[in-house]
Ligand binder design. Structure first.
Ligand SMILES: [Zn+2]
Length: 482
């Protein structure tokens, strides 16, 4: 049993290295640890004990090729599992190299090969010296033929070893950087995805700007490797990384630029140039960005969570706005994916009680339970602690409730602009007009707009509300920045 646990931890450690760009997979890895420890017979760790390998040599990790060129690479592996590998003609379990393409957020890690990559997704392995059985501790030497894509540019590929009829050997990968030399003119180009190239910011704040570009060239972009992609800020050499692991032609990529905003109110121009390290790729027009520094701020807040949360997140994301979601514990239990998405997309998750009682009617213990149970539920689902931001159901409070809530370390957030949007579940002209009117009615310099997920009228007019605040020089903030 002890061996099994150690092996499981070792496996997870190696997989952690393999997938270290894919934080979304981390959740799965943690799950695997639990399974490995709790189950007496874990088929996975059994397989890793039986089938495992070490990469002894891989003669190149960076390969330079001409377009459509074929090349052999020699690779030596050692069998460090308990079982022999059968490479004979009639083997029921032949050995393959399999292309592994980690395609980012939601894809299967064993997704099919990229269209840009011409090598076979499965490549059957034979020992160069004709060995048909590779026993434990023996090595195999094989040649691996790759053929380059037809477009000049930079490509990455990962291969894992696979034995047919066995799911195994995902612990190590053979990584290749492939540089196809030639005419780069149609390999790299981009378009702005985000039309908002001007936005409002508070002075002297550490800020992460997101700049979205669409890959309109013929080669993928990568976050890592010898030819990683980044934006460079004119003059100051601020490098910024692509947030995705890989952006294929036709897909959109997000570049995160960390800056400290200027300390004086006013308008500032920023300019970024798209680059690929070690590769003089193309003459690109710079990305121009205007930063308006202001003291006015608005927190858009969405309460409860009954209804569809995703369309609100989609709309906010589309308009580059971060908002605060005061969600109920009972909603978090029923929509855990949405809670995780709120956080993953950079919005703020906050506490609005478990099931929306009037806190003035509760006992001391009931008040504590409402806020702490919700906090625990949200932490279990997302890993994020929502303390200290809380909003009272109905905005109903008194000295008694404040004593308990504040005494437990919470800061309660009210609003400046209530919209009454919960009266308008449907998306109607009357509803949209009311929500827009009250959300933008005489907002103070620090404005907090109260809206509800249940209101489709709010969703319908949200782009206009965002536009109004943006045009009136408000910076969008979440409640922690108020
Ligand atoms: Zn509410």
């Amino acid at each position: 049993m002890r061996t099994k646990i150690l092996l499981a931890i070792l496996t997870v450690g190696l997989m952690g290295t393999l997938f270290h760009f894919q934080t979304n997979l981390y959740q799965n890895l943690k799950t695997q640890v639990l399974i490995s420890i709790n189950e007496k017979e874990n088929p996975r760790s059994e397989l890793v004990q039986n089938y495992n390998y070490e990469i002894i040599s891989q003669d190149k990790s960076t390969v330079k090729l001409d377009p459509n060129e074929e090349k052999n690479l020699e690779i030596i592996l050692q069998n460090i599992g308990k079982n022999s590998w059968d490479l004979s003609e009639n083997s029921e379990n032949p050995l393959f190299l399999k292309s592994i393409f980690p395609n980012g957020a939601n894809s299967n890690i064993y997704a099919s090969k990229s269209e840009n990559w011409q090598s076979p997704a499965l490549y059957k392995i034979h020992d160069k010296n004709g060995k048909t059985e590779i026993k434990t501790n023996d090595t195999i030497t094989f040649e691996f033929k790759i053929s380059s894509p037809k477009n000049a540019g930079y490509y990455k590929e990962k291969f894992g070893l696979l034995i047919e009829n066995k799911k195994l050997l995902r612990t190590k990968t053979l990584d290749l950087d492939i540089l196809v030399e030639g005419d780069y003119s149609d390999s790299y180009s981009y378009e702005y995805v985000d039309p908002i190239m001007k936005d409002n910011y508070l002075p002297n704040k550490e800020k992460t700007q997101e700049i979205k570009l669409k890959n309109t060239g013929k080669t993928p972009w990568y976050k890592s490797g010898n030819y990683k992609t980044y934006l460079e800020e004119n003059g100051t050499k601020t490098e910024t990384e692509l947030s995705e692991y890989q952006v294929n032609p036709g897909e959109e990529g997000t570049f995160l630029v960390k800056t400290v905003t200027p300390s004086s109110i006013g308008s500032y121009e920023k300019q970024f140039v798209f680059k690929i390290k070690n590769l003089i790729a193309f003459d690109s027009s710079p990305v121009n960005f205007e930063m308006n520094i202001t003291n006015k701020k608005v927190a858009l807040t969405f309460d409860d969570g009954y209804g569809e949360i995703d369309p609100f997140i989609d709309t906010l994301n589309k308009h580059n706005v971060k908002a605060t979601f005061f969600m109920l514990g009972v909603v978090a239990q029923h929509q855990p994916e949405q809670m995780r998405r709120i956080i993953a997309d950079g919005h703020r998750l906050a506490n609005h009680s478990y099931n929306h009682p009037d806190f003035r009617t509760l006992t001391h213990d009931e008040v504590v339970w409402q806020i702490e149970e919700t906090r625990n539920i949200m932490k279990n689902i997302t890993g994020f602690d929502v303390l200290p931001y809380f909003r009272y159901p109905y905005g109903a409070f008194n000295d008694y409730t404040n004593g308990i809530v504040e005494g437990n370390g919470w800061k309660w957030i009210h609003w400046t602009n209530g919209t009454g949007d919960y009266q308008h579940h449907q998306n109607t002209a009357v509803g949209r007009h009311q929500v827009y009117f009250y959300s933008t009615l005489n907002p103070p310099e620090t404005s907090i707009v109260l809206m509800h997920i249940i209101s489709k009228s709010t969703l319908g007019t949200l782009p206009e509300i965002i536009q109004w605040y943006r045009e009136h020089n408000y910076a969008f903030v979440t409640v922690d920045e108020l």
